[in-house]
Design a protein around this ligand. Structure first.
Ligand code: FAD
Length: 516
């Protein structure tokens, strides 16, 4: 499979390693009568991903124009018994560990399968707005299409240039998840081409085993060709607030109080960050204000450890109701115990807020800092362990040279359907903690060292029995996957046998391997 560490082989070496298909597989795929197209050359565009850690050159790329193309490709790969040929759906390729790659296999570029249809009034029997979107469509395009009808999905990731199929194969977590659950909890229906090449319409009431299995299913059971997503009325603007803390217990107490409030009196979005205790404008305290203004270091309290914490809140509003908004927000922040001089506020259009990371992307890209390796580690940490997690990891292992944001915010388990394939800790509140590391060529932060730092975090979690679960997991061996899935391993393997018995789908996840 792909390479790990700093000594990445150049793509040309990987190519020599064997990208080409056997004569038989090549002939089989060439014989398909497709609406779209298939290429056997220039497949390097599907060999890498946002992580830039793993490189696996596929033997072919399919650009589907119809669901039938997807069915034909799956059927062909399934029929190639004994050849080792596999198939991966690729959304926007924003995985970081090769999850959408297929070495010497077929990658389906889902982005060419188009379709977004908004139903503002629902349909007979279900008078609630929804959108039907093809699996390769991006969330940003769903947002734009639904806003034209004054509507929008309820639950979001922080970044919108991700595909429907790719996020639903994980969970899709963000600042609205405490209120509406992750994106997988906001899906009404799916169209899926299973590993046995059956096109199945499934929902919580129809073929529900497949429906729940596919959500958070890491692409193992089928290819999502379409998803029906619930919508709500969109708002015009949001008030966006950041407030800083030195004391971790106070910070998490406030976050937990906020995510357990009744929905009608809650904020519309709650996240948080760990901020380095220095004046760096990327990851230190000067990264918190919305304008470029620098914080006077004398107002940063000296107590506390090596890091600071920042809560991020949003309240939606209409510009006609500014008076009410001011009073409401004042009342809502009153019980919070942040450092009174360190609160920052800005009002922005709703779409600008949801698409906020795109501006960061453009800026980093212009400096050559977007297409660099991203050895990210995302964890779900049980509430009962979060204090110890802070003491052992944030306070002791996060150094001044940490490069990249560190996210931390609580989620409510009651919004997660236990029948889905997503794996979360067994507590009613758990935290998303994301170490979103960037390996910058200039900083000397070598990829191998950063991966080793992530491994150390995992070792500490394990030794201290913190009960953490990886989000966007990646493991190399079956034992680790078994441990990851815990009680869900039985249903996960049963579903694999049922929906992809030849183990052809999403080989880049390294959970199962097709026998040759
Ligand atoms: P890909 O990388 O293309 O695919 C991921 C997996 O899904 C692969 O196994 C692939 O085979 C499978 N797959 C893809 N399409 C389909 C399909 N149609 N049917 C079945 N399987 C399919 N995640 C969050 O939860 N919250 C965030 O706030 C968040 N922010 C992010 C910000 C950035 C900048 C980045 C790079 C990632 C972020 N993520 C976040 C992680 C992201 O949700 C996952 O990496 C997701 O898988 C990316 O979607 P994708 O379309 O790029 O998937």
């Amino acid at each position: 499979m792909g390479e790990h560490g700093d000594e990445l082989s150049p793509l040309s070496t990987i190519h020599e390693q064997g990208s080409s298909l056997s004569f038989r597989d090549h002939a089989l795929l060439s014989s398909l009568r497709l609406d779209g197209s298939l290429t056997f050359s220039n497949t390097s565009s599907a060999a890498s991903d946002f992580g830039r850690i793993r490189y696996s050159l596929p033997g072919a790329i399919l650009y589907p124009k119809s669901v039938r193309d997807v069915e034909l490709a799956v059927r062909a790969v399934q029929s190639s018994k004994g050849s080792g040929l596999t198939l991966a759906a690729k959304g926007s390729g924003h995985s970081v560990h090769g999850q959408a790659q297929a070495l010497r296999g077929v990658v389906i570029e889902m982005s060419t399968l188009k379709g977004i249809k908004v139903a503002p009034n629902g349909e007979p029997g279900f008078r609630h707005p929804f959108v039907d979107a093809a699996g390769g469509e991006l969330w940003i395009d769903i947002l734009k299409a639904t806003l034209r009808e004054g509507l929008a999905p309820r639950s979001w990731t922080d970044y919108l240039y991700l595909s429907i199929g790719g996020t639903l194969s994980n969970a899709g977590v963000g600042g609205q998840s405490f209120l509406f659950g992750p994106e997988i909890s906001n899906v009404l229906q799916l169209d899926v081409v299973t590993g046995t090449s059956q096109l199945v319409k499934c929902s919580p009431t129809k073929k529900s085993d497949l429906f729940h299995g596919v959500l958070g299913g890491l692409g193992q059971f089928g290819i999502i060709t379409s998803a029906r997503i619930i919508l709500e009325p969109a708002h015009e603007k949001v008030r966006w607030i950041r407030a800083m803390y030195t004391d971790f217990a106070t910070f998490t107490r406030d976050q937990e109080m906020l995510v357990t409030q009744a929905p009608e009196s809650a904020f519309d979005y709650i996240e948080g960050f760990v901020v380095l205790k220095n004046k760096d404008s990327s990851h230190g305290w000067n990264s918190v204000p919305f304008d470029a203004k620098k914080i006077d270091p004398s107002i940063i309290p000296e107590e506390g450890g090596s890091v600071l914490y920042c809560i991020e809140l949003v309240k939606k509003f209409s510009p006609n109701h500014m008076d009410t908004l001011n009073k409401t927000v004042e009342r809502m922040v009153a019980p919070l115990s942040f450092i009174p001089t360190l609160i920052f506020t800005i009002d922005v259009p709703y779409e600008k807020f949801l698409n906020r990371l795109h501006e960061v992307e453009i800026s980093l890209d212009s400096q050559g800092l977007w297409n660099v390796p991203h050895p990210w580690l995302n964890l779900f940490v049980p509430r009962s362990s979060i204090g110890l997690f802070d003491a052992l990891i944030f306070k002791q292992m996060i150094k001044d040279d940490f490069s990249g944001p560190i996210l931390i915010y609580p989620l409510n388990r009651n919004w997660w359907d236990s029948r889905s394939s997503a794996v979360i800790p067994d507590e009613s509140i758990f935290y998303l903690v994301g170490f979103l590391r960037i390996s910058l060529p200039s900083s000397g932060a070598l990829l191998g060292n950063l991966i080793a730092d992530n491994d150390k975090i995992m070792q500490v979690c394990h030794s201290a029995k913190l009960g953490c679960k990886k989000y966007l997991p990646e493991y190399e061996d079956t034992e680790s996957w078994k441990l990851h899935f815990g009680k869900k391993w039985g249903s996960f393997t049963r579903r694999k046998q049922k929906y992809d018995p030849d183990f052809i789908l999403a080989p880049g996840q390294n959970i199962f391997s097709k026998s040759t």
